[in-house]
Write a protein that binds this ligand. Structure first.
Ligand code: SF4
Length: 338
């Protein structure tokens, strides 16, 4: 329609970025929680084709101070080809200050330091990587196809090349059985890599994905909404000596204002979680319902709810008799956000 290709997703932080598709779909495509590219074949676009897209974007007058390379693991492209695209794009869009991409940890761990440096010098500034968890047991269970060792080596390489690393953590992805392990091992990876950003993506078992089917079959016991928040607290409690930012930039996160500097605001973030955990149980549910229905972002916002809406929420919360019904209600909304 526009004369250039566009992939299906980008990180929320790239909402205003120019989206440049250099590869199509995901070369791995086996993560059990992910349905984004299921049934789609991975391919690498030719340099000429991508350059044509860049020219068309320019002709359309597209402009932004940032750009994002699509799709799921574009860094798998030959480094010299990706570098050529980056240089061409930078020449055509000199106003762009930041170019970022998604990259899988296994690919990052295999790229040579020289090639990583080449990509940085050609104009790549930040890598977003879905680490999800630092636990090898959970990585295997969700078929992520990466290891903790690759996460550490790949992440350090990104930083050594002078790029920013944005890693994603999924509270709850190991289920109740591996909840402690998820916090502990993820904190371990954060401590070793010290990423610039740790982005929270609360895990939701989406129906239709293998993880969703495991929940249906009773083979995976999901964490409750509260247990997922406790994982974030425990992860924070075990993070030491890091200087990056914890970022909460997705509506699936229950407490959106648990974010800040891991260096200077760690205690403040832990306190916010504890404040939630210590809330009166009924008020806590009222908050969860209001948040999951998309009305508010943090517990303080409850005071700003219009009276009639607040009363409706109270009525809704009173309807649920069992913990299972309650979680089903919350998940009904969560599944719509992913
Ligand atoms: S989560 Fe990322 S790496 Fe895994 S299948 Fe989905 S797009 Fe591919």
């Amino acid at each position: 329609m526009y004369g250039f290709e566009m992939g299906p997703i980008r990180p929320p932080s790239e909402a205003n970025s120019i989206l440049l598709r250099v590869t199509r779909n995901c070369p791995w495509n086996k993560c059990e929680f992910c349905g984004v590219y299921k049934g789609e074949k991975f391919s690498i676009r030719s340099v000429e084709e991508v350059k044509r897209d860049i020219d068309v974007m320019k002709a359309h007058g597209l402009t932004s101070n940032s750009a994002f390379l699509q799709d799921a693991n574009s860094i798998i492209m030959k480094p010299e080809q990706l570098a050529e695209i980056l240089v061409y794009f930078r020449e055509r869009f000199p106003e762009v200050e930041r170019v970022t991409t998604y990259a899988r940890a296994d690919t990052l761990s295999r790229i040579t330091p020289e090639n990583m440096k080449l990509l940085k010098e050609s104009g790549l500034d930040r890598v977003h990587s879905g680490y999800e968890t630092g636990s090898d047991t959970i990585l295997k269970m969700i078929r992520k196809g990466t290891t903790r060792d690759q996460q550490v080596r790949g992440g350090l390489k990104v930083k050594e090349a002078g790029m920013e690393l944005s890693m994603y953590f999924m509270p709850g992805v190991g289920g109740r059985d591996l909840s402690e392990e998820n916090s502990r091992e993820t904190a371990g990876v954060i401590n070793e890599v010290d990423p610039d950003f740790v982005r929270l993506r609360t895990f939701v078992a989406k129906p239709g994905t293998p993880m969703g089917e495991k929940v249906e079959a009773g083979d995976f016991v999901p964490c409750t909404d509260e247990e997922k928040v406790a994982e974030i607290r425990r992860m924070l409690e075990q993070v030491e000596g890091c200087s990056g930012m914890l970022v909460s930039d997705h509506i699936v996160n229950l407490l959106e204002d648990v974010r800040g500097s891991l260096k200077t605001q760690k205690e403040e973030m832990i306190r916010k979680i504890r404040d939630f955990e210590e809330m009166d149980p009924f008020e806590k549910r009222r908050y969860q319902a209001a948040r999951r229905m998309g009305f508010i972002r943090r517990p303080e916002d409850m005071n700003r709810l219009p009276e009639d809406l607040s009363a409706q929420i109270t009525g809704i919360v009173r309807k649920f008799e069992t913990a299972e019904q309650w979680e089903d209600f919350l998940n009904y909304f969560l599944e719509r956000y992913i």
